[in-house]
Design a protein around this ligand. Structure first.
Ligand code: 5GP
Ligand code: MG
Ligand code: MG
Length: 180
């Protein structure tokens, strides 16, 4: 698995340090809001788990699965709801946890959905942000790292469902997907 990585961008240690900083900000901003933290499956699960243990707040956790990539390299442009939330977001503060914002289409879809359902506030915390990929005008409120326009894997990010369990974020060798 490690042999398929061209370069490590963010080591486990770098990720941890940045998450400590993000958690300090989020703890301050959500102290008395009792938010619902919404983790976007499957990519944001590792990030969500490592973040919530750092948050010193009362919060509920829920999961939603929306997909536009279907495990490949490029976005299909369409977003589909695969698995819905269990908790009603009406009149609640919600914080969406994402792995990466690229075109912004997934986020746009989610924010519209939660706004329709009457959420009191909607903010987004994304581990990674790829502004050069943007197709819709939307920005995450909290960002771990701003990344170049490369295909990244690890720490939740997959290629065809694999590499999510790498403890770091790296660039996948093009030779891995050129043969597919
Ligand atoms: P968007 O809707 O913003 O284009 O894409 C969001 C989703 O696309 C992410 O949650 C992630 O699943 C996938 N994605 C975007 N860029 C990358 C990338 O560099 N690597 C991987 N593995 N997935 C990505
Ligand atoms: Mg994916
Ligand atoms: Mg995602």
């Amino acid at each position: 698995m490690n042999n398929d990585i061209e370069r490590v961008l963010y080591s486990e240690e770098m990720l941890g340090k940045r998450m400590d900083e993000l958690a300090t900000d989020l703890t301050k901003d959500y102290k008395d809001k009792r938010p619902i933290i919404i983790s976007v499956l499957s990519g944001a699960v590792l990030f969500t788990v490592d973040m919530i243990e750092r948050l010193d707040i009362m919060a509920q956790i829920d999961f939603i699965d929306v997909s536009s990539y279907f495990g490949g390299l490029g976005s299909t442009g369409k977003v589909k709801l695969i698995h819905d939330l269990k908790i009603d977001v009406k009149d609640r503060h919600v914080l969406i946890m994402e792995d990466i914002v690229d075109t912004g289409r997934t986020l746009k879809y989610l924010m519209d959905l939660l706004a329709d359902r009457g959420a009191k506030s909607i903010k987004v915390c994304s581990l990674l942000n790829k502004p050069e990929g943007r197709k819709v005008d939307i920005e995450p409120d909290y960002v771990g790292f701003t990344v170049p326009k490369e295909f990244l894997v690890g720490y939740g990010l997959d290629y065809k469902g694999f590499y999510r369990n790498l403890p770091y974020v790296g660039i996948l060798k093009p030779s891995v997907y050129q043969n597919d």
